[in-house]
Design a protein around this ligand. Sequence first.
Ligand SMILES: Cc1cc2nc3c(=O)[nH]c(=O)nc-3n(C[C@H](O)[C@H](O)[C@H](O)COP(=O)(O)OP(=O)(O)OC[C@H]3O[C@@H](n4cnc5c(N)ncnc54)[C@H](O)[C@@H]3O)c2cc1C
Length: 409
Amino acid sequence: MTTAADEPGHVAILGAGPIGLDAALAFLDNGWSATVYESAATVAANVTSWGHIRLFTPWSMNVSTRMLARLQTAGVAPPGPAEYCPTGGELAEQLLGPLAELPELAAIIRSRTRVLAIARAGLLKHEEIGSPQRGSRRFRLLVSDPHGVERVEHADLALDCTGSYGQSNVVGDGGIPAPGELGVADRITYQIPDVGREGGKWAGRRVLLVGAGKSAQTAARDLAELVDSRPSTRVVWAVRAADPDWGEVPDDPLPQRQELVEMSQRLHASAVPGMQVRTGVVIDALRESDDGVVVALRSITGDVEEIVVDHIIALTGFLGDTSLYRQLQVHECYATAAPMNLSAALLAAAGDGPADCLAQASHGVDVLRVPEPNFFVLGMKSYGRNSNFLLRVGYEQVDEVAGAYSRPG
Ligand SMILES: Cc1cc2nc3c(=O)[nH]c(=O)nc-3n(C[C@H](O)[C@H](O)[C@H](O)COP(=O)(O)OP(=O)(O)OC[C@H]3O[C@@H](n4cnc5c(N)ncnc54)[C@H](O)[C@@H]3O)c2cc1C
């Protein structure tokens, strides 16, 4: 049987998050046929898994003009109001779900279909190095269908929009697993817990929270509230920096983000019973004992202290799965693991200090290109270790790539 993917002018979109869905709309507009591969049962799976978290950015920044136009044409009410910051759940239910139900998208989204790997038909990674000749061979995608059956599908253009949430970093010093970490994995949560809803799981327990970014700050805020309402709960918040700046942005225009920074500063400065903030420490080792998980905390001076906890919440960042395109010629930054051109542009734009994510903009289609012709990493994954990605930037990336491929051929 011949499918759209067998015809020339076909784009494979990996991941049905906000950026993958926006890309699908853009390429359909350009006359391409498309398949959107989504590993989960429904679209926006990553957004849904942090559905209890409120975005810092309002609807006006979270919806592309293309999405709005398409919803309007279909007679679907646009999400809003424009200045309201939705939760991840609201983003999924009020925007991404309705988009995925539009007939043109519903027809091309393949849920429960994971892309396992992508390569060029008949070419290995080291062949035709940096040559446009690679573009004359179609992409070969190894996919696993809803029944777990593996098959190969083809495309002329491929967009990796698989995000990074769920691909968590580990807790050990230097970014490698702490000795014993893998052995106590069932006691570690690597995603932002919904403490309000799962209170029973955490209340009255001894919890170690690791990390200092916005995800860890969000968990710290929720755990502090739990400690307040259930004083038998004990939380140790381990932070690597001796004097963390909590990512503060001067005169922050995003009030939700500023509130988290202030809350972290307060917790750090004042002794809240039941909630200890330990700065300048790393996780040296973990081991199971009869009483719980024994955690060795090592300070900057080299002193090691052991504490015992019931659970660990590890929020030390996320990094997309780059093994997917291992057989393609993708030049990765040695520092951020993002595609090199984009990473260099982001590092240059940041200058000496960390840039505010609101100051981020897309840098044009050539910055998004990698040596592999007609292959792009878009969305959250394109930023590698840089956590400043914004939906608005992803929609701009889609505009730029779609602008360069206005017609198949
Ligand atoms: C807690 C949190 C809060 C955030 N808050 C904001 C905010 O306030 N404002 C803002 O602009 N941005 C925010 N972001 C950043 C960013 O906008 C989001 O992460 C956004 O979801 C990124 O969209 P994406 O489409 O690139 O990736 P994702 O939303 O992660 O979507 C990727 C999709 O690909 C699928 N997938 C993964 N692997 C495969 C595979 N091998 N095969 C097929 N499918 C696959 C996943 O199931 C998922 O559906 C936040 C991020 C997090 C984690």
